[in-house]
Write a protein that binds this ligand. Structure first.
Ligand code: APR
Length: 238
């Protein structure tokens, strides 16, 4: 029997219990930086050293972070469903947990790219980049991150994936940032939606029968929902 399709939209909240701060819980400041100074194209043009310092720190921190029970439960789901993870996170905790189909809407901390030739992308681990570090064609290296004010190249692909969802899990995102937050509008009417977030009831999602709000942390809520979905899949097999 063909596996049903679970599409998962994750945000900073799923990585919170792995020690990576969420954006909103830090009161709009990341490690005491103003987001528009370090995560926008204007910020890069105005003060590239500050931006490089900010991402060098976050790249090191994410490199040493470990996936938590939320990430690991999503990996487990792959045994029973086709699972597509669409993440706003720039850490690689879904990959570290073993998920095999991860779409990064906002880029990846572990990668850097040429400022001029954007298809020149390099795996950078936890190393730093500084002004004067060049790509193989002599242009400045920059974080492989989608900054505020830049287009989201993977959005069309994410929409196509969402169109075929049987289930849609929203985990650890305040749904404040577009176009990512708009994905929910592309869901088939038949899709069941699960929202896992301690503040699930405050999120901008009209709750109806198809939406189940689980006001739990990811390490509690995600394994719960995954167990439910696995039970459903195994029931259908018999
Ligand atoms: N488990 C699950 N959810 C949690 C947890 C947790 N342990 N802790 C916090 N949350 C929830 C918060 O309630 C909030 O709804 O995670 C969400 C985090 O929201 P944001 O900090 O806004 O993160 P996110 O939605 O991913 O931000 C989107 O904005 O900062 C930019 O580009 C950046 O990708 C980011 C985008």
């Amino acid at each position: 029997m063909q596996k049903k399709h679970v599409v998962v939209l994750t945000g900073a909240g799923i990585s919170a219990e792995s020690g990576l701060k969420t954006f909103r819980d830090s009161g709009g400041l990341w490690e005491n930086y103003d987001v528009m100074e370090v995560a926008s194209i204007e910020g890069w043009q105005k003060n590239p050293e500050l931006v490089l310092k900010f991402y060098n720190e976050r790249r090191k921190q994410a490199y040493h972070a470990q996936p938590n029970a939320g990430h690991l439960a999503l990996k487990e789901l792959e045994k029973y469903y086709k699972v597509s993870i669409i993440t706003q996170n720039v850490d690689n905790l879904h990959e570290k947990a073993g998920s095999t189909n991860v779409i990064h809407l906002h880029g990846e901390l572990s990668k850097v790219r040429s400022e001029k030739y954007e298809d020149l992308i390099y795996e950078w681990g936890d190393k730093e980049i500084h002004l004067g570090d060049k790509c193989e064609r002599g242009a400045q290296l920059r974080p492989h991150i989608v900054w505020f004010g830049e287009v989201v190249p993977m959005m069309e692909h994410a929409i196509n994936v969402t169109l075929s969802a049987d289930y849609f899990l929203v985990i650890g995102t305040s749904l404040n940032v577009y176009p990512a937050a708009g994905l929910i509008n592309y869901l088939p009417a038949t899709a069941d939606i699960y929202v896992i977030d301690p503040h699930a009831h405050e999120l901008p999602i009209r709750s109806n029968k198809k939406v189940k709000l689980i006001s739990e942390k990811a390490t509690i809520g995600v394994p719960k929902v995954v167990a439910l979905l696995i039970e459903e899949a195994t029931k259908q097999e018999h």
